[in-house]
Write a protein that binds this ligand. Structure first.
Ligand code: AMP
Ligand code: MG
Length: 349
């Protein structure tokens, strides 16, 4: 299949191309599109055949449900019932934006889209091109991240091209995404709201609006903690090809230990990579040293993380060490993704 490619300027979007992308979705095809979190791989959420195609294009297990993207608040009522008062409050506070809510689904949403579940994940993204595209596509776009299952989520259109060229009808290139990690997922089908996946919208932000908010206990621990409630969280996600280990401790100890481990691995014939930060990058020795951003501004690390993991793959890095980051605010999402990428392999020094 030939994959069409269109660059979309956020400030002056080419409506011709957006319309073309919408028509592809309406006809049952797939289009990758930018959002404020990561690139999504979209299909018609109300068409079971489209959802099957999404799973096939990603190589994703079909028990791992998709998020339905809408572009108008009122469309929530067409796919979810009941819509509790809390969902409306959260929508008022965080939509459009990087928050996904789990609600009971209406029968119009096929089980192919929800991985057989009676609930549906809904998000109203803020990215202007995403909103125009969803509208052009008929209002309900099922979209997981636009990567091959198991690879880091795409934060640039070139990542999407690498994974999806020839597998989907079209790619909308909106440049680098703003946030860089996937949306926060909050389950509203229990008595208390539960965060199933941390993201840009933090527990503290949700608590201000919702009062009590729980965090699924599998989030920052390994699989040993139990079965995650978001089916997707049980798969080894976000994984680079190289063997990734997180090293945590006092900064000078971390630097010394990572340098020691890299020297040892290099001597054993491995190609070594390090995820460092602005202030530490020049203190390391390895084949590839990445500056992930400013430790004091963790949103910069969120923006860079997936790109760095993909670059290590391109460079053929076989062993990777990363500094650890404080797990507060967006840092919780960063550490959650990093721990998953590392298969929960962390050493303390
Ligand atoms: P991705 O689209 O790659 O960001 O992955 C979507 C995530 O949302 C996966 O981790 C899914 O397991 C989760 N998800 C989607 N729908 C539901 C649902 N109805 N209940 C719980 N988790 C869901
Ligand atoms: Mg994903």
């Amino acid at each position: 299949m030939e994959t069409l490619y269109a660059v979309i300027d956020e400030k002056n979007p080419d409506m011709e191309q957006i319309k073309k992308a919408g028509e592809i979705i309406k006809k049952g095809g797939l289009v990758a599109f930018p959002t404020e979190t990561v690139y999504g791989l979209g299909g018609d959420a109300l068409n079971p055949e489209s959802s099957k195609k999404i799973y096939a294009a990603k190589g994703r297990p079909s028990d791992n449900p998709l998020i339905v993207h809408i572009s108008r608040m009122e469309d929530l009522y067409r796919i979810a019932d009941p819509v509790p008062e809390l969902a409306v409050k959260l929508a008022e506070a965080f939509w459009p934006g990087p928050l996904t809510m789990i609600l009971k689904k209406k029968s119009i949403v096929p089980e192919e889209t929800t991985g057989g579940l009676e609930t549906v994940a809904v998000r109203f993204p803020s990215h202007p091109a995403a909103r125009l595209f969803i509208e052009a596509a008929g209002g309900f776009v099922a979209a997981p991240s636009a990567n091959i299952s198991g690879k880091p989520s795409p934060t640039l259109a070139s990542h999407v091209k690498e994974d999806m060229e020839g597998r989907i009808e079209m790619i909308l290139d909106g440049g680098a995404v703003g946030i860089g990690v996937e949306s926060t997922i909050v389950d509203l089908t229990d008595k208390e709201p539960v965060i199933l996946r941390p993201g840009y919208v933090t527990k503290e932000m949700l608590t201000k609006v919702a009062g009590q908010v729980e965090v699924d206990r599998t989030i920052l621990q390994g699989d040993a903690a139990g079965k995650p409630k978001a089916p997707g969280m049980k798969y080894r996600h976000y994984a680079p090809k190289g063997d990734l280990t997180i090293v945590e401790g006092k900064q000078e100890d971390v630097i010394r230990e990572i340098n020691r481990l890299c020297a040892e691995k290099k001597a054993a014939g491995e190609k070594t990579g390090i995820i460092a930060t602005e202030k530490t990058a020049e203190l390391y020795a390895a084949d590839s040293i990445k500056n992930a951003g400013d430790r004091e501004k963790e949103e910069t690390i969120a923006q860079n993380l997936y790109r760095i993991l993909r670059e290590f793959d391109e460079e053929g890095i076989t062993v990777i060490y990363s500094e650890a980051f404080p797990a507060d605010g967006i840092g919780q999402a960063v550490m959650n993704r990093l721990l998953k990428a590392a298969g929960h392999h962390k050493i303390m020094v």
